[in-house]
Write a protein that binds this ligand. Structure first.
Ligand SMILES: [Zn+2]
Length: 177
């Protein structure tokens, strides 16, 4: 399946909103990743961007932030029938949280560089608990370009040591979705 229950046009629309969030993250010098939560009627419940630097928290990935906002809004941690749109393939931490939140579906744009996160066997038990529909590649080029421009910019800032850059890049590659 290459589209959600909302259809491809809506998927592109929702992903563009997640991309707007990713661009906000970029303004704060965060890795540009955005996420939104949508209910079964196609209403947007929450929008968030990566806030790791702003919150001094490695847990403040866009997905976790969007889920927190949504559950607070709904006063319910169970997000059955909801869909989450993310501009980058989720890392294991976020994938775990998505599964535990009981989302019906996940749509993401760019694949993580390692391309292993969602293939790992360690997630099979979570998948058995909650059969989530996963759709990838929606607005992939826009998201990839945004991420690439972020890392290119970082590379050109001469004040930063190459070591520091490598550390950030490695951290990102490990899945800072
Ligand atoms: Zn993550």
């Amino acid at each position: 399946m290459n589209e959600s229950i909302f259809g491809i046009k809506k998927d592109q629309y929702f992903m563009n909103i997640a991309l707007e969030q990713a661009r906000i993250a970029l303004k704060f010098k965060e890795v540009p990743v955005g996420a939104i939560v949508v209910n079964q009627n196609g209403d947007i419940v929450s929008q968030a961007h990566n806030r790791v630097e702003q919150n001094y928290s490695q847990a403040a990935h866009a997905e976790i932030e969007a889920i927190r906002y949504a559950t607070r809004e709904l006063k319910n941690w169970r997000l059955d029938w909801h869909w989450i749109y993310v501009t980058l393939e989720p890392c294991p931490m976020c994938m775990g949280c998505i599964q535990l939140s009981r989302f019906a579906g996940l749509v993401y744009a760019a694949s993580s560089y390692e391309k292993t996160v969602l293939d790992r066997d360690c997630f099979s038990w979570l998948y058995n608990k909650n059969k989530i529909v996963i759709i990838s590649g929606i607005q992939q080029i826009d998201s990839s370009e945004l991420l690439q421009s972020f890392f290119q910019q970082k590379r050109t800032i001469k004040e930063r040591s190459s070591e520091e850059y490598k550390r950030d890049k490695d951290a990102f590659d490990k899945g800072s979705g």
